[in-house]
Design a protein around this ligand. Structure first.
Ligand code: AP5
Length: 221
């Protein structure tokens, strides 16, 4: 039985933070569309060059490029049992394509945990975020500081601030989310897969709520 979980929430809701914990507990491969794009930017691949302008402006990369990238990633052997998707889908077109794609892989979207965080909290979270160079682990100067400043707790690599975490770009990303991604909340609610969790709580409490909500699908599988 394959399990596909889609993490939904605005920029800075804590999708990456929580994905790490859920993927460990559920033994599911974590696929972050943002991480894949950043890896391609760093390696200056053709995809990275095509995506760069959109990412730097805080806009969405066109659907065709994003869908092809995710289809290729989901077809790899480490997704044989399913995957935890973080940052995809982000538009209604991506969501319908995901349904078709997963049908082809012999699965479906089993659950969509939606991490709900008020807009006012997001800017402080994103502008204070520090990300690890090696594997994308995330920290926060105030809410989740690393044990040793400037270094990742997990792999010791240097921490950096993302270019798209500047206030102007963050504001644009939130606007784009409200316009293009928020409609997916109703899309998945209507399909009975949405699991809403209050993301404006301490990280450990959000994790506990998410894992408790996901138990429901474990028993349904
Ligand atoms: P992406 O990397 O996916 O960015 P995002 O969705 O904007 O999400 P973030 O990574 O910014 O936030 P998060 O929810 O993961 O929060 P985190 O856990 O880090 O996408 C980047 C760009 O790539 C997009 O703008 C777009 O251009 C492109 N892209 C990606 N996917 C695409 C797609 N499908 N289609 C088209 N384009 C796409 O937490 C944030 C901070 O808050 C951290 O510092 C963390 O420590 C802290 N924190 C987390 N939880 C809590 C808590 N409960 N309390 C206090 N602090 C917390």
């Amino acid at each position: 039985m394959k399990t596909y979980i889609v993490l939904l929430g605005p920029p800075g809701a804590g999708k990456g933070t929580q994905a790490q914990k859920i993927s460990e507990t559920w033994s599911l491969t974590h696929i972050s569309s943002g991480d894949i794009f950043r890896e391609n930017l760093k390696n200056q691949t053709e995809l990275g060059q095509q995506a760069a302008g959109y990412i730097n402006r805080g806009e969405l990369v066109p659907d065709d490029l994003t869908i092809a990238m995710i289809r290729e990633r989901l077809s790899r052997v480490d997704c044989a049992n399913g995957a935890l998707l973080d940052g995809f889908p982000r538009t209604p077109a991506q969501a319908s394509e995901l349904t078709r794609m997963l049908f082809g892989f012999g699965g479906k979207v089993n659950a969509v945990p939606y991490i709900n965080v008020p807009e006012t909290v997001l800017i402080e979270r994103l502008t204070g975020r520090w990300t690890c160079q090696a594997q994308g682990h995330v920290f926060h100067a105030k809410f989740n500081p690393p044990k040793e400043p400037g270094h990742c707790d997990y792999d010791g690599s240097d921490l950096y601030q993302r270019d798209d975490d500047k206030v102007e770009t963050v504001t644009r990303r939130i606007h784009v989310y409200l316009e293009q991604t928020q409609p997916l909340i109703d899309y998945y609610r209507q399909r009975g897969t949405l699991l809403e969790v209050d993301g404006a709580q301490p990280i450990e409490k959000v994790t506990a709520d998410l894992l408790a909500a996901l138990v429901k699908i474990k028993s349904a599988n």
